[in-house]
Design a protein around this ligand. Sequence first.
Ligand code: SER
Length: 867
Amino acid sequence: MDANGLRRAFTSFFADRGHAVAPSAPLIPHHPRAPLFTNAGMNQFLPYFLGEEVPPHARVTSVQKCVRIRGKHDDIENVGRTSRHHTFFEMLGNWSFGDYFKEGAIALAWELVTEDLGLEPDRLWVTVYETDDEAAAIWRDRIGVPAERIQRAGVDNFWEMGDTGPCGPCSELFYDRGMGPGPGPVRDDGERYVEFWNLVFMQYDRQPDGTLLDLPKRNVDTGAGLERLLSVLQGVESNWDTDLFRPLIAEAEAATGHDYGADPEVDVGLRILADHARSMTFLVNDGVFPTNEDRGYVLRRLIRRAVRQAYQLGVENPITPRLVQATIDLMAEAYPDLRVNQSFIEGVVAREEERFRSTLRSGLSMLEEELSAGAKIISGPVAFRLHDTHGFPVELTREIAAERHVEVDEAGFAAAMERQRELSKEGGKKEAGEQGPLRETYRDLIEEFGPTDFVGYRENESTARVLAVLPVAGANDSELRHVEIFLDRTPFYAEGGGQIGDTGTIRTATGMANVLDTTAAVPGLHRHLAVVLEGVISAGQVATAAIDVDRRDAIRRNHTGTHLLHWALREVLGPHVKQAGSLVAPDRLRFDFSHYGPMTSEELERVEDLANERILADEPVDAVSVPRAEADRMGAIAFFGEKYGDVVRVIRAGNRSTELCGGTHVAALGQIGPLKITSEGSIGANLRRIFATTGTATLDRLRHDEQVIGRAAELLRAQPDELATAIERRLAELRSAQDELKAMRQAAVRDQARQLAGAASADGGAVVARRDGMDQKQLQELATNVRAEPGVRVVVLGGSPAAGKAALVAAVAKGTDLVASDLIADAARIVGGGGGRNPDLAAAGGNDPGRLDEALASVRAKLGLES
Ligand code: SER
């Protein structure tokens, strides 16, 4: 039976017994309590164990890809040195969510291995948890396993997913490869007894404080190692001799020129290559890429470990792509998506290998120097330099040193790392503010995948791969659906050169996101700022990226329109006109340029006419990439102050305009539609700014203007053409009405003045009166009018022009010895204010109108009048 046969036999056995067949989940688990990588078949069922979701089937079976590096289950150090440890393996499993328990699980497992798979019952041993009498009894009494082949163990028979989470006592099945009586698996953990199936009776949830809580239900979680079971079925000594590994070992032999089986140390290296080939292939396939953090770091370490093995075995050429290829040839039948992603995976590992190889030699010789100088310990600074300058994960340094029985000064290394973190934190703060922590990820992305392949010159919709999905910096919990999506290729233009970023959608098989904007996270790396509206989008997925085409078309029209404007301005105003900035949006364009004064309306019209002539001529627009010198020869104008590379993109917008530009443009000038300048003004010394519209925006504007004019004409009851005459007429009417009003008001004031003055003779030419509701200015006007009446010597008026306000005015006739400001000084104080110093006409204000009468009485007293 080969691997494909075993996968089928296992799942169909359980399918025949009422189990639903679940596909393998990705290696990157989604559940918040799941480990870093999927490390067992049960990970994808966490919500069912924890009672968060109701399982659609009470019985399930699957073949699950697993990675065991980092975390509670980490097998990397054993790889190559035993017959059965791998960083990547496949787990055959069956599950019961509150359905059958110990008895059912044990009976099913026994039936499958002894009947369907035909293992000799006499070679099978089982273990149970030290206190699990129930499981021991089932094996002995129900199945008939002799008591001496049932052993008990402690922690080894209590399976836990991680430091916390679902767990429970377990019972394991072993196959005895040896001859004659033996001590059994609990006493011999060497190669004789192969543990191939673990039946976990999942009933607890380990808490962070170590306590065990009951899960809502009692469940079964079993896991049989495909590779181990296969080695037993194929009657070979180790997993490496099965059909799942022989072709990979053969590839490693071919690549290194070493024969397997000739030298035990070389064999370890060949096995590591075969093992890591699988894990790197599957990790990249599921969206991990080599970086300095988390999963990416694990992958980086794997690839570097393999490359270093190959290097030690004398391989000078890239080896990881061919290992990946061999893995895919072997596994694509069971995992067809590997074939789809093949060139991508090969590219990722090849680039990582290339990067590492360039420093590997110097790093190794540095380490070699230390070791051959008889160092007893690799110092912290040396380990750090290897890590920092030579890309040696410290684990790698540790391994190489250990081969020579030398240790690494871990504390010294940790201190050096910490120092660097501090330094880069300080540097990062200065450099990038809040974005600091993300910048490294951006750099990793670009280092890993190179710049984003922008295909938006040709495509509006593209198939791409999701490289990473990051939370938007500073997003809070409720905004977690706001993400930055990175693709290997994209039709979305990233804001730049004045043109704003595209919007649109990104869809994958499991989700959909709305792209709200596109910018460059770092130069060359397109960042799609998006909000996930449906499902999830994850790294590694194939995506359909589609821009909002109508919006982009409007942007195109404005961008090519900007080039025509630039050309036309230089034609009309002269070659001193240089672009100083621009903004190309869907609804309008803005163009800033150098020029010494306002443009006349004739100049503006001329510019519009020239641009529209070219548009109507409908000349083609094309883009060529040429060396800078060639662009200069073509007479291309460059945006002043912009940086350009050695090879530049030249846009010829018709026969007249030639400009360097990375933006998106129409195919022919006619597509721009009518171009209209909407405003022109100054934005600084010798700097002008023009706004203009093109295409439908010009039409929209025309309609808008028409509406405004129409409404105005309606209000004036005139035809639009007669608007100006109608407005002039109305203005003349208004002016004469205003004149009339003014004359009437003056007459009224004079009337009031005469009345007030009438009483003055009795008081020796003095008028003191209260007038509310008149402001300061009106009071003054009235006071001077009163003063002009015959016989008036002095006028003091007070009043409250508005709530909380008091106003006082004094006017004194020529030839008296009274001082206007003195007259109201005390009064002003009484109403809580102060006033002017003018001797003839003084005004004062206050904010206590309640005391106005008192204030006026004080004026009377001062003038010697009766109150
Ligand atoms: N979760 C258990 C294991 O990984 C059984 O599937 O061994």
